[in-house]
Write a protein of this length. Structure first.
Lengths: 250, 188
């Protein structure tokens, strides 16, 4: 038995770092790969061991007190500190030479990393939106109200349609952030459930509607259409999400 | 190993910056201490190094551009730890890093659950891992950092983070389930 799925992908899946499409792909692979299922079980077991063992070590109260004390003390330039300050400077210079000045350049935070959005991010954004008062920034069932609301808030124009006749009433819209980029979130109702459809521009070619993925009881469906990338996520059925995606594409 | 002096170096910011520092950076003192403790494998050394790292972050606070304060601080903490290790325990920085990833662990989830249930054993197994494996595991499992954050903190590409984590977990599993076999050739 040999599995040709790269081992690192399994870890990325477990850590919620795969993008929506690849996570769904991996789940289908898991259905009939015993090797990956076992390995995944082992790593999950390891993770829960960590959680139970509580090996996190918090800072001693004395250290916290010391640092707080230093912060509270008034800023002074008393003469007595000159020698110590010189000593400190020498050490600091040595440290700088050794370690470089990498920490100055943290802006690269935004520049590194894949442009794709991970499944975990999408689901987090969905869960966040369900907190009281977070679902919509503009509440309206009228697409002609929701669409102009996005004007000037985003650098693209999301397609906004009400699908009430097809069983997906438009409830409103919201600005959200996925993968450190501003996206449009369109909110639909489906019986008693809410569906978030995240939309952002892409240069990649169109794709068909990908098979659904699922995690923590939420389903998501991903597709690209006419220069836009879509990810619909909800706790409603995967079939519902697929139906909604079809409405967007046609 | 205290280079901070008593109370020196803390007077570089005005009261407004101090308040900001207290609000943005100080809440991550536990994270700073925890990372130092696992990188240095000693509470006492971690206390010194975490304090020094806090002082350094204080001095560099004006250069902080308002992104993720925890990641910014942890990058400084990590650099401080490596500098300390370079001075005090050079041998730790020279441990091998390569490992065959295709060698899947033979451990079953059940066997691991039993072995992992022993807190002391788990802590010891983690401590026997080479530094670079230990740090990705601590950042991922204890701090819940994303790969992108880990990449920024440790200054390596995301792909490297991913494979280091995979290897780290594999080695940890082995260390847990085969305690008789010495896992740490770098230990003196």
């Amino acid at each position: 038995m040999s599995c040709d799925f790269p081992g690192t992908l399994l870890h990325a899946y477990l850590d919620g770092e795969l993008d929506a499409v690849r996570a769904a792909e991996f789940e289908r692979h898991l259905e009939d790969c015993r090797e990956c299922t076992t390995t995944l079980g082992a790593i999950e077991s390891l993770r829960s061991s960590f959680q139970r063992a509580q090996l996190y070590e918090t800072a001693p109260a004395e250290l916290r007190r010391k640092i707080r004390g230093e912060l509270k003390s008034p800023a002074t330039g008393s003469g007595g500190s000159a020698v110590a300050a010189w000593r400190w400077l020498a050490v600091a210079a040595a440290i700088l030479m050794v370690t470089g000045v990498a920490w100055f350049s943290l802006p690269h935070f935004r520049a590194t990393g894949p442009e794709s959005v991970t499944a975990a991010e999408v689901i987090d954004a969905h869960i966040r939106s369900l907190q009281p008062g977070h679902l919509t920034d503009v509440t309206s069932t009228d697409q002609h109200t929701v669409k102009p609301w996005f004007d000037g808030k985003l650098d693209f124009v999301p397609p906004v349609h009400d699908f009430v006749d097809e069983g997906f009433p438009l409830l409103g819209g919201r600005l959200d952030v996925l993968g450190e980029r501003n996206v449009a979130a369109l909110v639909y109702g489906r019986r008693k459930h809410f569906v978030n459809v995240f939309v952002w521009p892409t240069k990649e070619p169109d794709t068909p509607i990908h098979p659904p993925g699922s995690r923590q009881g939420y389903q998501w469906v991903h597709w690209r259409h006419q220069g836009m990338e879509f990810c619909a996520v909800s706790d409603t059925s995967a079939q519902d999400l697929h139906d909604l995606a079809e409405l967007f594409v046609h | 190993m205290s280079v901070t002096g008593q109370g020196k170096g803390w007077d570089v910011l005005d009261s407004q910056d101090r308040a900001r520092f207290e609000q943005l950076v100080l809440p991550h003192l536990d994270a700073a201490f925890n990372l130092s403790r696992w990188l240095l494998r000693s509470r006492a050394d971690a206390e010194d190094v975490a304090q020094e790292a806090m002082l350094r972050s204080f001095r560099f606070f004006r250069g902080f551009n308002g992104g993720d304060a925890r990641a910014w601080l942890l990058q400084i903490v990590r650099n401080t730890c490596y500098t300390w290790l370079e001075k005090n325990r050079q041998v730790e920085l020279m441990t091998e890093f390569d490992e065959d990833l295709h060698q899947q662990s033979a451990a079953t989830p059940e066997a691991l659950a039993i072995a992992g249930d022993n807190r002391e054993r788990l802590a010891r197994a983690l401590e026997t891992l080479p530094l670079r494996f230990r740090e990705v595991l601590v950042l991922r499992e204890f701090e819940g950092c994303s790969y992108k954050e880990i990449a920024a903190i440790t200054s390596v590409p995301i792909g490297t983070v991913m494979s280091a984590l995979a290897r780290a977990r594999q080695r940890l599993q082995r260390a847990l389930t085969q305690p008789a076999q010495q896992e740490a050739p770098h230990e003196l």
